[in-house]
Design a protein around this ligand. Sequence first.
Ligand SMILES: [Zn+2]
Length: 75
Amino acid sequence: MLKTNKYGKKIRATYNNIIKLQKAKYECPKCKTQKLRRISYSIWKCTKCNFTMAGGAYSPYTETGEFVIKMIEGE
Ligand SMILES: [Zn+2]
């Protein structure tokens, strides 16, 4: 979290939102526990079952990704 008066309000708010998304815990699609963590740029790893997946840069599931999944499943 940025706790400073530098950079301007909008940039701080955007940055803080991204940090919040990164630090949040997400559900692992394999073992269904809340152990999915971001280990690198758009790489997400479950700390319980070591399942690794590619996702969004700052959150494992993105609107675009869900749209693509729906498109694939719809066929
Ligand atoms: Zn898992």
